[in-house]
Design a protein around this ligand. Structure first.
Ligand code: NAI
Length: 301
């Protein structure tokens, strides 16, 4: 290839790779606030939207707390904290969510996500990438009825999103290579490690990790082993968090939605059957850290 042609290709690649400059995140709960912080830390202007004003307020507080932690640990300078906070716009209006890439981190429910993407598709430019942070829904199913479905991509962050490096990038049946590659590049720009995944139930991590949670609950229920002992054993065995602490961090509702979704996707295979223990927690509103009570109690002042 001639040097000129090579240079043109490289320039095009460079231009192509830097197209995403503005990001909007819809859903300011556990994941949306962490993802917004991850992007803002790398100097992306972010619009963070939630229909619930109280959630927006706690997202603001949680971002402030996490930034203060980084200042205390001398990971960022004190003056950067103010600048980073100023780069996030909080809003309760979906109509404000116009950007180069809009990521949804709302409830794990197919029809609610599809309805949101319809609204986002209508107010954004045709080349805006619509990303979903879904843990367990099919990206092909989400994009099916969205105009220009090639722009819909799975972008699955892990909790806490401003710390965890992995992001699973999921191509649905219609997702274009270019859009998936753009999100891979965006991940690298915000210091993450993207892994391209098939649109299969649970993608990679949630499918493998399902047994970490389900088997732990099965041990607790069938043998009466204390959850503290199970967590302690798994942590001493090398896991950063025991399964019960991790379920509280994830949120019992989200974790149950993922279990249920995998169970259904695998034609009710018993190995994916949700545990009565997690169903009970959700029915009683004990959703984990976010509600102050799950398997453990938390102070959420
Ligand atoms: P969450 O319950 O903490 O937050 C969801 C937020 O979405 C709520 O604040 C709610 O008010 C808002 N919301 C709901 N419908 C909305 C709409 N139409 N427009 C704007 N805001 C809306 O949920 P979380 O845990 O942040 O999960 C969000 C998504 O991320 C889910 O799809 C979940 O499966 C996925 N996920 C969750 C992880 C976790 O550890 N919690 C890890 C990775 C992915």
């Amino acid at each position: 290839m001639s040097a000129e042609k090579e240079f043109t290709q490289l320039t095009q690649q460079f231009l192509f790779l830097h197209m995403i400059k503005t990001i909007a995140v819809v859903g300011a709960g556990t994941m949306g606030s962490g993802i917004s912080l991850a992007a803002a830390l790398k100097n992306f202007p972010v619009i963070l939207c939630d229909i619930n004003g109280a959630v927006l307020e706690s997202a603001r507080k949680s971002i402030d707390k996490n930034l203060q932690f980084l200042v205390d640990k001398q990971k960022i300078a004190a003056q950067d904290k103010f600048r980073i906070e100023q780069s996030i716009i909080f809003t309760d209006k979906i109509s404000d969510c116009r950007a180069d890439m809009v990521l949804e981190a709302i409830v794990e429910n197919l029809s609610v996500k599809v309805e949101l993407f319809r609204q986002l598709a209508a107010i954004n430019k045709e080349d805006c990438i619509l990303a979903s942070n879904t843990s367990s829904l099919s990206v092909s199913a989400i994009q099916k009825d969205i105009p220009l479905p090639g722009r819909v991509v799975g972008m699955h962050f892990f909790n806490p999103a401003h710390i965890m490096k992995l992001v699973e990038i999921v191509k649905g049946d219609s997702t274009t290579n270019e859009n998936a590659q753009q999100l891979m590049e965006l991940c690298r720009q915000i210091g993450k490690v993207p892994v391209l995944c098939k649109d299969a139930p649970g993608f990679i991590v949630n499918r493998v990790a399902r047994h970490f949670y389900l088997e732990a609950m099965h041990i607790a229920l069938s043998t009466g082993t204390a959850i503290e002992d199970i967590d302690a054993a798994m942590e001493a065995a090398g896991f950063k968090m025991g399964p019960f602490k991790l379920m509280d961090l994830i949120g019992m509702d989200i974790n149950l939605a993922v279990s249920t979704s995998l169970y259904e996707a695998f034609n009710e295979e018993p190995r994916f059957k949700p545990s009565p223990l997690q169903i009970d927690k959700v029915n009683n509103g004990n959703l984990g850290r976010k509600t102050g009570k799950g398997f453990y109690d938390y102070n959420i002042k």
